[in-house]
Design a protein around this ligand. Sequence first.
Ligand code: MG
Length: 431
Amino acid sequence: MREKLKSRRKFLGAGAATVGGAFAIAGDTGTRGAEQAPKEKSGIKITDLKTATLRANFDWHLIRVYTNAGVTGLGEAYWGAGVEDLIRRMKQLLVGEDPLSVDRLTTKMVRSMSGAGSQSGATVTAISGIEIALWDLAGKILGVPVYQLLGGKYRDAVRVYCDSGEGKTDDIGSWRERAQFVKSKNFNWYKFDCDGIPKDRARASQPYTRRADGWNRLLGEDDIRMIVERVTAAREVLGDGPSAPEMSIDCHWSFDARDAVRLAEALAPLKLIWLEDPVPPKNWAAMKFVADHSPVAIATGENLYTKYEFRELTQEHACDILHIDVPKVGGLRESQRIADMADLEFIPTAIHNVASPVGTLACAHVAATIPDFLALEWHSVDVPWWAETVHYDGPVMENGFIKVANRPGLGVELNDEVCRKYLEKGSTYFE
Ligand SMILES: [Mg+2]
């Protein structure tokens, strides 16, 4: 038994431990590296902005904003080509500015970069990461947590769901194996992908005997049957009773509206909490067709930028749950604004997230401030060193929850030694 436990811990990686049924994901705990709030709050100016990109399952674009008071702010932007360069270009807009004017500085970046598309895409992503760093910095200067600056928290711990991917192959045993692996992490919600079933779908250059081929958005009866069988296998492993974990399914914008409804009808008996991104983004009318006809709640939003792209989605009730990406959509305050728009229509908000602990904790801070909040994604079940990249006071995550720290800023600092190990080729470490 002891040997079994030992090998299991080794398997889970140094940053994770299972003790008495609890699963904790901890970095190098403690407050080492934490910065003290400066005694004199006035006259503080931004002096520099630097970046580092780590290579994990996604690129993690980390940002540090420096001041003449010695205190720095840490942020993270969503991955994407050109994002790191855009972040560095933004430095000239910030140096010499008062770091406490976060909204004003964010608007300055948006307006100054409007010709570079600051209402959508990589420019918004770059601004999002800097905005997060500015909130961390403001919190450290004032000696309060970011959630406090955002209006205060509704909850101490934010529910996290585990992105679980899919089986390695189409074999049902492979799906059971994957479900077994993620179940050991002790979350109370798992999300699986269905758009890769069958595996050769994306590679097919010739039409199948099925309705679908590698290019169209159709789902044949065989495709739907295959998806339902594999999701059912995962459900069987996770359990089906009243205390069984929740499940949701991601379609990655793959299907047409009518076939998405057929898929939702077939999956309905599995009691999914949501079906995600059934049709391509930016067509709210198609999304509304699915939401209106689906027996399963429809979640969408991770591919949209700024509050403007959420207008029809919320006003027209084109989805049942918003699923926003904070270090991509415009940052912490823009996320609050979007959640407020959703709240007008009684649509709950959830958060899509593929970030390092820095971006994830930023998401947790804003999630704590949104009253009608559902859950925050965690996408690093296959990155055993995820939490080792930071110093944090206590486990970053435990049993599917993140407790937001009552510490200045985001309450997290980088473990420079570990981060340097995973630096993306071509990136420099805050130089
Ligand atoms: Mg998704």
